[in-house]
Write a protein that binds this ligand. Structure first.
Ligand code: ATP
Ligand code: MG
Length: 262
């Protein structure tokens, strides 16, 4: 049986670059020939919007073809997978109804493991090399579900004064989750939205380097307006302009991730 690896991109700090990093690492891995399933775990639908036009995302969000319904119905999750315009990339879209996912989980048996159990059939099918999950900026039962279903966690941290605020909570949450899911490990921290005009990047790196036993990815992602233009065009920047700086950085990051997980 093929070994499907699952990676969750999470940080309780909002706007740290989770969705952008998740979508572009997925796009980069697919370009490298890996078969990738993207799982949009956030009601903001940003991961879905990274691959599909807004009207298509809205159609999935308003209908039944989304992660919320998959969790609610607990049927075979493979029925909720939709194609994207890109080779080797499929998606389970999100829905604004994900805002009440905690409520859905509440009454369920072994509620921390609902997603893990749902993804078993996908893993066993061997259809994907990687399942990448985009988490919302919260810490609760749903993010615990995402983490319990993951082999690895990647934490995107924004190079800004408030970027590190709350990271201690994230680590604490990870530790609690690992008690339930001992197979989960922190792959590393990726520094995002680096603006070289500001000195703050150095300070962020120095602070992160004081953290013991935590891998900081060598690839840092710089602020690049191509990221925003790509998102405006419903594309990962890898598929929008492969030669631009951020696309090259995401390719390097994906190579680092590939080396660490293969
Ligand atoms: N490298 C970059 N260059 C320019 N803009 C970026 C870059 N990375 C992210 N952004 C912008 O920063 C904002 C936040 O990024 P993103 O949505 O990926 O963060 P997030 O952590 O997923 O946010 P949330 O916590 O709301 O889910 C977005 O508007 C995105 O376009
Ligand atoms: Mg997001």
């Amino acid at each position: 049986m093929k070994n499907t690896k699952t990676i969750c991109f999470a940080n309780n700090k909002g706007g740290s670059g989770k969705s952008t990093t998740c979508s572009n690492v997925g796009a980069a891995l697919s370009v490298m020939g890996k078969r990738v399933l993207m799982l949009d775990g956030d009601m903001q639908c940003n991961l879905s919007l990274s691959f599909l036009d807004e009207d298509v995302v809205l159609e999935y969000a308003r209908g039944n073809q989304n992660l919320y319904h998959a969790v609610r119905e607990q049927k075979d999750i493979r029925a909720y997978i939709v194609p994207t315009p890109y080779e080797n990339v499929d998606l389970i879209p999100s829905s604004t109804l994900m805002s009440s996912i905690e409520f859905e989980l509440f009454s369920k048996w072994q509620r921390e493991f609902i997603l893990k159990k749902l993804l078993k059939s996908v893993r066993e099918s061997g259809d994907y090399d990687y399942i990448l999950m985009d988490a919302p900026p919260t810490l609760g039962g749903w993010v615990m579900n995402l983490l319990c279903a993951s082999d690895y966690l990647v934490i995107p941290v924004e190079a800004s004064p408030w970027g590190l605020f709350g990271l201690a909570n994230m680590f604490e949450f990870l530790q609690t989750t690992q008690e339930l899911a001992p197979g989960l490990s922190l792959l590393g921290i990726v520094v995002t939205k680096v603006d070289e005009r500001k000195n703050y990047f150095r300070q962020t790196l120095e602070s992160l380097e004081t953290l013991e036993d935590i891998h900081i990815f060598e690839s840092h992602i710089h602020v690049d307006s191509n990221v925003e233009w790509a998102q405006d065009n419903s594309k990962p920047v890898i598929n929008y302009r492969r030669s631009c700086r951020s696309a090259r950085e995401f390719m390097q990051l994906a190579e680092e991730i590939l080396k660490m997980t293969e």
